[in-house]
Design a protein around this ligand. Structure first.
Ligand code: MN3
Length: 232
């Protein structure tokens, strides 16, 4: 996304715009015959979310779990001749793809999104657009927090809890199994994700073991409300 924005700025300002378009046009067809995705850098260090999420959990979660979804996704895109480079577009039509692309494509999208749902010294009560939208939809922040926490606690097995803006423009809370997400045509919960919480055991087991509710309770101290507001 940064590349697209910087390229657009370049095109606006450069006297060499025509040449740049020619280069970009040929370059996009060359490097990869198939879709290729890469591991995004975390917006903070592995230890930055301590004590709520420990550094070792973050390092393993990002550098091994997230990376494995991407490696598998790239391999499966090659094997299945998937040329679409937009993961969002693939997810929107995921019912037409093999299960491995659903699991690993969802895994890549969900984790990329999740890292930005958190920040050091986050949490607290939302302000601005987040606060307005949450109060209007759920009555109060406490009511929303309780709904979202229940969705995260009651998701049986592995999955995610979400706050989404539905296609009708309302906010809704729900959860998805495995690495499914609300962008997928197969998902019961549909909409644009505003906030997501990973409740797979790999997200919390080292520090919290079987106590998922404790992890969820601590996670509220990390929520990046600026990121939620920016999506509204
Ligand atoms: Mn995970």
């Amino acid at each position: 996304m940064d590349n697209q924005f910087s390229r657009r700025d370049f095109l606006k300002t450069s006297a060499m715009a025509a040449a740049a378009v020619a280069v970009a046009g040929t370059a996009s067809a060359l490097p990869h015959e198939h879709a290729h995705f890469s591991l995004p850098q975390l917006p903070y260090g592995y230890a930055a979310l301590e004590p709520h999420i420990d550094a070792m959990t973050m390092e393993i979660h990002h550098s091994r779990h997230h990376k494995a979804y991407i490696d598998n996704l790239n391999r499966l895109c090659d094997e299945n001749h998937v040329h679409d480079t937009s993961l969002e577009r693939i997810l929107a039509g995921i019912s037409r793809y093999p299960m491995g692309i659903r699991n690993n494509g969802g895994g890549h999208w969900n984790h990329s999104f999740f890292w930005n749902c958190m920040k050091p010294n986050g949490g607290g009560v939302p302000t601005g657009k987040s606060a307005e939208a949450i109060n209007a939809s759920f009555g109060s922040f406490d009511a929303f927090k309780s709904l979202f926490s229940d969705a995260a606690k009651s998701r049986f097995g592995s999955g995610w809890a979400w706050l989404v803006r539905t296609p009708e423009g309302k906010l809704a809370v729900g959860s998805t199994p495995n690495q499914d997400n609300p962008l997928m045509d197969v998902s019961e919960l549909k909409g644009a994700p505003l906030l997501g919480l990973d409740v797979w055991e790999h997200a919390y087991y080292l520090k919290y073991q079987n106590k998922r509710p404790d992890y969820i309770g601590a996670w509220w101290n990390l929520v990046n409300w600026d990121s939620v507001s920016a999506k509204l």
